[in-house]
Structures are given as structure tokens and as C-alpha cells.
Design a protein around this ligand. Structure first.
Ligand SMILES: Nc1nc2c(ncn2[C@@H]2O[C@H](COP(=O)(O)OP(=O)(O)OP(=O)(O)O)[C@@H](O)[C@H]2O)c(=O)[nH]1
Ligand SMILES: [Mg+2]
Length: 212
């Protein structure tokens, strides 16, 4: 059977590669993580697909291919300036859409202040159109609070419900997007519970959209 494909897109630095590392955690010793960085210049230099396990029926798991892509909307100083990145992403998506091999598009946008803007709305809508009837989920990233508590994951959706955020989303025409709110920092001693919750939630949502 041909593998199912999930492609992750979004502006540079929104946490696409980090999300892939969260989905693939824990890695076996011979696996390499997707490269993440907080540099000012785009970090992922080429599209790469990674095998991820998703929860299936009857406690079994199944594999999908999750694709990391080059970030959109870098300035002219960046690794790949915006028009070229846009064109390159369209080209990358094209065969998957044409051959009906794309099953889900995840669009990452940081929930942190200053990251929701017209360029985001424009790209979100543009690529939604490019993929046609393929489901698109808006992933709101970087929602980590100043301090973790064991119940942090229960409050992630508060970002979406917050009236101030809703008003911004409404102005951008994104208020009714199918969405998921996450934290995708690497797992460590302080965030183990929330990492596991976010990972399970993310995997569950993907498996609903991309059933076995
Ligand atoms: N605080 C916080 N930082 C995050 C989170 N997810 C990712 N980051 C950080 O954001 C920075 C950029 O993350 P990447 O995963 O490299 O972003 P990207 O979208 O792949 O970027 P490009 O490859 O340039 O397109 C890194 O320093 C990550 O550690 C998160 O949930 N919270
Ligand atoms: Mg990346």
C-alpha cells in the first residue's frame, strides 16, 4: 500500500521541524532529528519526509510520512527569499495533490504576539487553495506558559478562545479554521507531562484526519 502523506508548512521559525521531532519522539539511535534552530535565517534547507507512528484501531499503530518543508516569508537576506520559497513549496505540493497522495496539510503559525498577520492569512488561504479538497489544519505553536503545571495541556485551547485572539483571527478571516493548539519544545525534565499530552493530542488529531 502507498504511504499516506502529511505535509507541514508555514513561515520560517514557526516550529515546523520541532513539531516533527515531537511526533517522532523517542527516536531510535540511528534516526536523525529534523534540524531546528532559533537563528534569524531559515533553518530547514530542503524538504524531507519522516516516518511517524500514529495510534490506530485496537491499540495498534500505523505509519504515515510527515514532510518538513522550507519556511515561507523570509526576508531578502534569508536562506530562501519569500517569492522563491512560495514557488518552491507550490512545486513540492503539486505532484502530491495531482496524484491524490496528500492526505493532510498542517499550517503552523505561532500563537506568540506579533506572529498573526496578513502575510499569514494570505499564505494560509493560498495554500489551502493549492491543495483543493485536502483537509488543512492550522497548528497554533509556541503556547508554552512561563511555568508548567501538570494541567497545562488542558488550557492550550484557551489561546483560541481568548476574545483578543479571536478578534485578531476574525480580522484575518481565520476564526473558523480547523485548528490545534500545541507546545512543541523538546521534551525535558520540566515539561514531560505536557510534552506527552501534546504529542498524544497531535497524533490523535492527525490520525482522525488520516485514518489507517
Ligand atoms: N518557546 C517555544 N519555542 C519553540 C516551540 N516550538 C519550536 N520552538 C523554537 O522555535 C525555533 C524555531 O523552530 P523550528 O522548528 O526550527 O522552526 P521551523 O518552522 O522549522 O523554521 P524553518 O526551518 O526556518 O522554516 C527553535 O528555536 C525552536 O526551539 C514551542 O512550542 N515553544
Ligand atoms: Mg524547519
Amino acid at each position: 500500500m502507498r504511504s499516506k502523506n502529511v505535509i507541514i508548512i508555514g513561515h520560517s521559525g514557526m516550529g515546523k521541524s520541532s513539531l516533527i521531532n515531537m511526533l517522532r519522539h523517542p527516536l531510535s539511535p540511528h534516526d536523525t532529528p529534523a534540524y531546528c534552530d532559533n537563528n534569524a535565517v531559515g533553518c530547514t534547507k530542503e524538504e524531507t519526509s519522516y516516518e511517524c507512528n500514529l495510534p490506530g484501531p485496537n491499540g495498534q499503530s500505523y505509519k504515515v510520512m510527515v514532510h518538513d518543508t522550507v519556511g515561507l516569508e523570509e526576508g531578502t537576506w534569508g536562506f530562501l527569499p519569500a517569492p522563491k520559497a512560495n514557488k518552491r513549496l507550490k512545486e513540492y505540493l503539486k505532484p502530491y495533490v495531482k496524484e491524490k497522495r496528500l492526505h493532510l496539510l498542517l499550517y503552523c503559525m505561532s500563537g506568540q504576539r506579533g506572529n498573526q498577520n496578513k502575510a499569514q492569512a494570505k499564505n494560509y488561504n493560498k495554500f489551502k487553495k493549492v491543495v483543493g479538497d485536502v483537509p488543512v489544519v492550522l497548528v497554533i505553536t509556541k503556547l508554552d506558559p512561563p511555568n508548567y503545571t501538570p494541567t497545562t495541556s488542558a488550557f492550550l485551547e484557551d489561546w483560541w478562545r481568548d476574545p483578543n485572539n479571536q478578534s485578531v483571527l476574525k480580522k484575518l478571516g481565520m476564526e473558523s479554521a480547523d485548528h490545534i493548539c500545541v507546545i512543541s519544545l523538546p521534551r525535558d525534565n520540566s515539561n514531560g507531562t505536557i510534552f506527552d499530552d501534546c504529542q498524544a493530542h497531535m497524533k490523535r488529531r492527525i490520525s482522525e484526519k488520516v485514518p489507517h
